[in-house]
Design a protein around this ligand. Structure first.
Ligand code: MSP
Length: 654
């Protein structure tokens, strides 16, 4: 029998070494859905990848002194790069597309040509705000205070030759798609699209540029590169082999069952993408689901706001499954959610440590104690067990409905209904009381087996979201492979034979909130420090000083006769210096943080000696010692300028 196909995608990510937990949200959700569909026996294609062209990448590569390709290679494939992050988050993608992959580049050129040849792409003039020094076009809304957002300089009105896609031609068909079908969900996003973009009138879209080169060249018009969205959106079909020979499963998987995308790119996916496909004469994806953002402290996580949450730190402290669970259980998929560490820890303690973890620990501990971990066939069932089964079957059916509607949070709530009920079932049936009476042994056996069965069913339900945890649970209960699959999700009252339980460490140890928050702060500070440059030196002054003024500064070699800390000051040292005049010179210098006074005695230093005297802490300072300053990993460093002791005191430096 042919398996049902399921093709699901994430957006392709801009390559960044600063992907945060907000980015991971969409990919974790997609992964959970892909795993759920595999569990259901579907033939799943889960596509993700990276969106690697554009001016920004070109600029960043220039800054880093590498080619754009080297730059993106490092961020996608390198340590802590995009692929590394997906590995950390246990993302089971089937295919990874990079828009710099040769097959994609060729396919985009063919797609562009086809749309050009059918009259949907035409040459026109792109008008915008242009920053000459940056050689960049900006739209009005990208400007900051009317100036270039990159360098802050004035922009001018400018034009460049560009290709345009006849988006306006498809306005009616797209409107119908949005308003009269379930193409875009949640429904609230439809109104947003229609009111904000379709009703005001769809304008044709600029799809090529000549002002930068890091893009896919328009092969029939050198000098033009394909402007990002045609390049990016087409990944969903080129990755299946559309207009290329790299893959051959376009017929099999297209149209996509669903594109999961963040709300800010819904517009591109629900208006431009279908219009492009209409132009190409290809089928449309079945659905676009626009999920909300994970905010942090009420704002969208972003590098520039400095509120990004590092998934590596969180995964290391709490475990990947806990993180995946938290994101999908806490925030309804279609809405925004506010991520806080407190809420994360609280959720782990309540749902995972208390509810799920305890249920597994208590059950396996009792199975061990009363039956040595071996639960044979037989046992005495009661109405309580049948009730548990009814609830389990109901929860499973609801779970299925919610997952099919991409409502992860509600689906997990159903799994937890069963977990909570099973915990209550322990208290109601009190196995420890039954264990005291030999005659109750058959009842005790049934209770233990029902608990194992409730846990087994729960583990199947949580497997798409917490794959490692489900696996650990199956192992502890000794569930064979055929008891772990969707076909076995129905609660079986007569379970016999397969329980061979084992005890182990708690699945989710309780977390001490205050301690964990402090550790997180520390880990964040350390990571921030590690990310600082090894060495920073002050930028050079652009203001020129004229030579005569410079010559007025009198620099001399001086020898340290004595050096003492200044009372009540943790910064100042008091130097008694031989400056060659025969009269001691006193200079105060704020360098106590870097030097012990005694280690400086006898050294030959450099001082400027014609500064006006200055009083500090009641002492007079006659001049200033010269030192070199720089910053290392964010920490200020200072080195006094020490010169050859052969230089006599008073020698003039010029
Ligand atoms: N390259 C485009 C997508 C092209 S798809 C043909 C892009 N890339 S992105 O790296 O900026 O974003 C990738 C996804 O991460 C988007 O769906 C975006 O909404 C999502 N998120 C980025 N920050 C997010 C949160 N703080 N919360 C939830 N999702 C967020 O856009």
């Amino acid at each position: 029998m042919n398996k049902e196909k399921f093709y699901i995608t994430t957006p392709i990510y801009y390559p960044s070494d600063k992907l945060h937990i907000g980015h991971a949200y969409c990919t974790v959700a997609t992964d959970a859905m892909a795993r759920y569909k595999r569990l259901r026996g579907c033939d799943v294609m889960f596509l993700t990848g990276t969106d690697e062209h554009g001016m920004k990448i070109e600029d960043k590569a220039k800054e880093a002194g590498v080619t754009p390709k080297q730059f993106v290679d490092n961020i996608v494939e390198g340590p802590r790069g995009v692929k590394d992050l997906w590995k950390l988050m246990n993302i089971s993608y089937d295919r990874f597309i990079r828009t710099t992959d040769v097959y994609h580049v060729t396919a985009i050129q063919r797609i562009f040509k086809k749309m050009h040849d059918n009259g949907d792409i035409y040459k026109g003039v792109y008008k915008g705000k242009y920053c000459k020094p940056c050689e960049s076009f900006w739209t009005e809304s990208q400007l900051v205070d009317g100036k270039c957002p990159d360098c802050g300089r004035e922009v001018i009105d400018a034009e460049e030759e560009a290709y345009f896609f006849r988006l306006s031609k498809y306005a009616d068909r797209v409107r119908h798609l949005l308003e009269d079908t379930d193409f875009l969900e949640p429904r609230s996003r439809v109104n947003e699209m229609v009111n904000n973009f379709i009703k005001p009138g769809l304008e044709d879209l600029c799809v090529s540029r000549t002002s930068f080169t890091w893009g896919i060249p328009v092969d029939f018009d050198p000098g033009h590169v394909v402007y990002v969205w045609v390049d990016a959106l087409s990944n969903y079909i080129t990755a299946l082999g559309f207009m290329n020979d790299q893959y051959h499963d376009y017929e099999k998987y297209w149209p996509a069952d669903v594109h999961f995308v963040g709300k800010e790119i819904v517009r591109f996916h629900s208006i431009i993408w279908p219009a492009m496909l209409m132009s190409l004469g290809e089928p449309l994806p079945k659905k676009v689901y626009g999920h909300g953002w994970l905010n942090f402290g009420g704002e969208k996580m972003s590098k520039s706001r400095g509120n990004v949450v590092d998934p590596y730190i969180l995964a290391e402290m709490f475990g990947v499954d806990a993180l995946r669970f938290f994101m999908l259980r806490t925030f309804p998929f279609g809405s925004d959610g506010n991520f806080t560490n407190e809420l994360l820890i609280q959720t782990i303690n309540t749902d995972l440590a208390n509810d799920l973890g305890n249920l597994v620990s208590r059950t396996t501990a009792m199975a061990e104690k009363y039956f040595g971990g071996d639960l044979p066939a037989g046992g005495e069932l009661t109405e309580a067990d049948r009730e548990l089964k009814v609830l389990a079957d109901e929860a499973t059916a609801n779970y299925e409905r919610q997952m099919e509607a991409f409502q992860f949070s509600n689906a997990l709530a159903e799994a937890w209904r069963l977990i909570s009920r099973a915990n209550k079932y322990i208290d109601e049936n009190a196995p420890w009381v039954l264990a005291r009476d030999e005659a109750q042994k058959p009842r005790l056996l049934a209770v233990m087996k029902n608990l194992c069965e409730a846990i087994r069913v729960s583990a199947i339900l949580i497997a798409p979201v917490m794959p490692d945890t489900a696996e650990a649970i199956f192992q502890r209960l000794g569930v064979p492979a055929d008891g772990r699959v969707w076909d076995a999700v129905g609660y079986d009252l007569e379970t016999g034979g397969w329980w061979k339980t084992a005890t182990g460490d708690p699945l989710f140890p309780r977390i001490d909130m205050d301690k964990a928050l402090a550790e997180l702060e520390q880990a964040k500070a350390e990571a921030a420090k590690a990310a600082l440059p090894d060495l920073e030196i002050e930028p050079f002054t652009e203001d020129k000083v004229d030579f005569d003024t410079f010559c007025k500064s009198d620099f001399r070699a001086v020898k340290v006769k004595d050096c003492q800390p200044v009372k009540k000051s943790d910064k100042l040292l008091r130097f008694t210096l031989d400056d060659g005049t025969g009269v001691d010179r006193q200079i105060l210098s704020g360098i106590a943080k870097w030097y012990k006074p005694e280690e400086l005695v006898g050294k030959t230093l450099v001082a400027i000696v014609n500064l006006p005297p200055r009083k500090m802490m009641g002492l007079e300072s006659n001049g200033m010692l010269i030192s070199a300053v720089h910053t290392e990993k964010g920490e200020e460093k200072l080195n006094l300028l020490m010169v050859d002791d052969a230089i006599p005191a008073g020698a003039k430096l010029c």
